[in-house]
Design a protein around this ligand. Structure first.
Ligand SMILES: *Cc1c(COP(=O)(O)O)cnc(C)c1O
Length: 360
C-alpha cells in the first residue's frame, strides 16, 4: 500500500519510557516519571469525588458542541462562545490547524527546538517547514521568524512558555511581532503551561484578540489541571478561525467524560493555585541545587527544567533510568547534552538530587 509521500520520513510518536517497562528492566519497585510534564500532584479532589458519584451516559454520543464547558469557559475568559474550539487535547487542535491551513504550496514557521507536533503535522500536509533556532537563552528569535515570512507563509507557531526550553515570550516583543506580522498569517500561541506563568509574564493574550484577528491561543487541561488522561484542550480566537477549524474537527472529538470533568476542574481554583505554588517552590529549590552542583539550565516559567549536562545526555539519562527516574534526553529533541526534567514532588526531587551528584 502506498501512503502519502510525506509519510516516508515520519515515524509514530515515540513516547517516553513507560513505568512498567522500566520496573521490569531494572528490577525496581518505584519509578518516578519526569518525562512528559504531567502533574505530580494529580488532579483536583473535586474531580475525584465527582467521578465516584456520577453515572455517565456512556451509551450516547457526547455533545459535539461541548455546550456546557463552552459556556463555562466563555464566561470565565470573557470571550464569546463562538470564539472557542475544543480538541481531544491541544495535540488534536494542532493537527486540525495544520489540516485547515497548510498545503504543499505553503510554508509554516516555528522555533527549534519547540513542541515537535507542529512540525510533524506540517510535514503530513506537505508544507515546507521553516525552523528558526531559539536564542542562547532558549527564547524565540522573533526577528528571525519575521524575516523568514514569505508570501506562502500560512501559520507561525509560538510556544510560550516554550517546550522544551521553558522560557516565556516578552510582552513588548510579542506585540511588536504581532504588529509586523502579515494579517493573513495565522499566529498560533500555544500556552499549554499558561497557568504556571508568573504574573509579569502573562501576555493577557485574550485581551489582544480584538486587535489581532489572526491570533489563536491554545490551552489545555493536561498540565496544571493534571488531566492529561482525559484528553481535552481548547483554542481561543476569532470566530472566522474557529469556524474554519470546526469544518475539519470531527463531530464528537471530545468525550462526554472529558467535557464534564473539565467543568469540575475549572471550579477548583484552590487546587490549581496549590499546584502552581508547590511547583514554583520545588523548582526554585532544584535550581539552587543545580547551581551548587555547577550545572546550568534555561530560565523556566513551567513545571519542567531544561538542564545542560556536563556529559552526554544519554549517559545522564541511563544513569537516572537505572535508579528509577525517567527524564527526557535532549538529543531526541535536537539538543544534545541537555535533559528536560519535569518538576516532581518534593521528596522525589530530593532523591533525584542525590542521584545527580553521582553522575560522572
Ligand atoms: C503537552 C503539550 C501540548 C499537548 O497537550 P494536550 O492538550 O495533552 O494534547 C501542547 N503543546 C505543548 C507545548 C505541550 O507541552
Amino acid at each position: 500500500m502506498r501512503t502519502k509521500d510525506a509519510l516516508e520520513h515520519l515515524t509514530p510518536y515515540q513516547q517516553g519510557m513507560q513505568i512498567e517497562e522500566v520496573k521490569k528492566q531494572f528490577n525496581l519497585n518505584k519509578i518516578v516519571k519526569l518525562a512528559s510534564n504531567e502533574n505530580p500532584f494529580g488532579y483536583s479532589p473535586k474531580v475525584k469525588q465527582y467521578l465516584k458519584t456520577k453515572d455517565f451516559n456512556l451509551d450516547i454520543y457526547p455533545d459535539g458542541h461541548a455546550s456546557v464547558i463552552r459556556e463555562v469557559l466563555a464566561n470565565r475568559l470573557h470571550v464569546s462562545q463562538d470564539q472557542l474550539v475544543f480538541g481531544s487535547g491541544s495535540d488534536e487542535l494542532i493537527a486540525i490547524i495544520a489540516r485547515t491551513y497548510l498545503t504543499p504550496q505553503s510554508n509554516t514557521i516555528m522555533a527549534t527546538p519547540t513542541f515537535p507536533q507542529y512540525k510533524h503535522h506540517a510535514i503530513i500536509e506537505g508544507a515546507q517547514v521553516i525552523e528558526v533556532p531559539v536564542t542562547e537563552t532558549g527564547a524565540h528569535d522573533l526577528e528571525g521568524m519575521l524575516d523568514a515570512v514569505t508570501a506562502e507563509t500560512r501559520v507561525i507557531w509560538l510556544c510560550t512558555p516554550n517546550n522544551p526550553t521553558g522560557n516565556a515570550l516578552e510582552y513588548n516583543q510579542f506585540i511588536d511581532f504581532m504588529n509586523r506580522c502579515p494579517k493573513d498569517v495565522l499566529v498560533v500561541l500555544d500556552e499549554a503551561y499558561y497557568e504556571f506563568l508568573s504574573k509579569d509574564k502573562d501576555l493577557q493574550a485574550i485581551e489582544l484578540l480584538d486587535t489581532y484577528k489572526n491570533l489563536l491561543i491554545l490551552r489545555t487541561f493536561s498540565k496544571a489541571y493534571g488531566l492529561a488522561g482525559i484528553r481535552i484542550g481548547y483554542g481561543i480566537g476569532h470566530e472566522v478561525i474557529v469556524n474554519a477549524l470546526n469544518v475539519i474537527r470531527g463531530p464528537f472529538n471530545t468525550s462526554s467524560i472529558a467535557q464534564e470533568l473539565a467543568v469540575i476542574a475549572l471550579e477548583d481554583e484552590t487546587f490549581l493555585q496549590e499546584v502552581v505554588h508547590k511547583n514554583r517552590q520545588i523548582r526554585t529549590e532544584f535550581e539552587q541545587f543545580l547551581d551548587q552542583l555547577g550545572w546550568t539550565y534555561y530560565p523556566s516559567e513551567t513545571n519542567f527544567l531544561f538542564v545542560k549536562t556536563p556529559v552526554s545526555d544519554d549517559v545522564v539519562f541511563n544513569h537516572l533510568l537505572q535508579k528509577g527516574f525517567i527524564v527526557r534526553p535532549g538529543s531526541k529533541l535536537g539538543m544534545p547534552n541537555t535533559i528536560r526534567i519535569t518538576i516532581g514532588q518534593a521528596d522525589d526531587m530530593k532523591a533525584l538530587q542525590d542521584i545527580l551528584k553521582t553522575v560522572e
